[in-house]
Design a protein around this ligand. Structure first.
Ligand code: SAH
Length: 243
């Protein structure tokens, strides 16, 4: 039985990829993904068949993967970060019910939250909530209520998809909701292009984050009430005594 390996590539190009993911890419003759990710790895695997569909054609991309696998060859369906965190793993499982003769294996990767946290210091040392600000598939009211609940419960909050051309003011709207229950001095961080060329980061207070423009290649971290800036690092204390 041929298989689809839904594979997280990690946030960057190569060195933050797991050994398991590398093996999958070496072994699968067909690699399918969103154009941007395909371009990141194409050079390393010149002998593969690369197939892609544009963004927002996710279901077509999944069906393409199953059609290729039905020809009797293993397929790597690649996503950035972790395949199971705002990736393709769920949709492959859902569409997979129509293709009982194709196996599915999920290969995890380093997600933007852990890749970005390592750049900033140690912001995720305590309970945290990951929230995507994309309202393409989730109504904005639901995103707002999750932001409010996470902020009120003093979770560290990690925001994916914080902005796009059509959603330029979403980060400001999200910060306004968080500011209802958290101080403007709360330590926050942004990390852009994690593990990629041009990686950059900033540590700044929530009040200033509100007026910052970020893009879709950025992950945003909002500290809890104990998060500190220590020697240029964003650190959420775990709570150990005697330090
Ligand atoms: N499956 C991916 C997330 C896809 S959603 C993962 O596990 O990381 C896309 C969002 O993830 C982006 O808008 C951004 O907020 C974040 N992201 C993914 N890769 C990133 C990178 N290299 N640098 C910064 N943010 C990244």
């Amino acid at each position: 039985m041929s298989k689809i390996y839904v594979t997280g590539l990690g946030p960057g190009a190569a060195d933050q990829m797991t050994v398991q993911a590398q093996k999958v890419l070496e072994q699968c003759p067909v690699i399918i993904g969103y154009t941007v990710y395909i371009d990141l790895i194409r050079g390393q695997y010149p002998d593969k068949i690369f197939l892609s569909t544009p963004m927002r054609k996710e279901a077509d991309r999944c069906r393409l993967a199953f059609e290729e696998a039905e020809k009797g060859q293993d397929v790597a369906m690649v996503c950035s970060g972790d395949a199971g965190i705002y990736g393709m793993a769920g949709l492959i499982c859902e569409i997979g019910k129509d293709y009982p003769d194709v196996g599915i294996e999920i290969v995890p990767g380093i997600t933007a939250a852990s890749g970005g946290a390592a750049v900033l210091g140690a912001p995720l040392m305590h309970d945290f909530a990951v929230i995507s600000l994309s309202d393409l598939l989730t109504p904005w009211e639901k995103i707002e209520s999750r932001l409010r609940a996470a902020a009120e419960s003093d979770f560290v909050i990690c925001l994916y998809n914080p902005s796009s051309r059509k959603r330029a003011d979403y980060l400001a709207k999200a910060c306004d909701i968080i500011l209802e229950s958290r101080g403007a001095e709360t330590v926050c961080g942004t990390v852009r292009n994690i593990g990629r060329e041009g990686e950059s980061y900033e540590i700044l207070p929530l009040g200033r984050l509100r007026d910052t423009q970020v893009d879709m290649f950025t992950t945003v971290f909002i500290g809890n009430s104990n998060t500190m800036e220590l020697n240029g690092r964003m650190v959420t204390p775990r709570g150990y005594k005697d330090v």
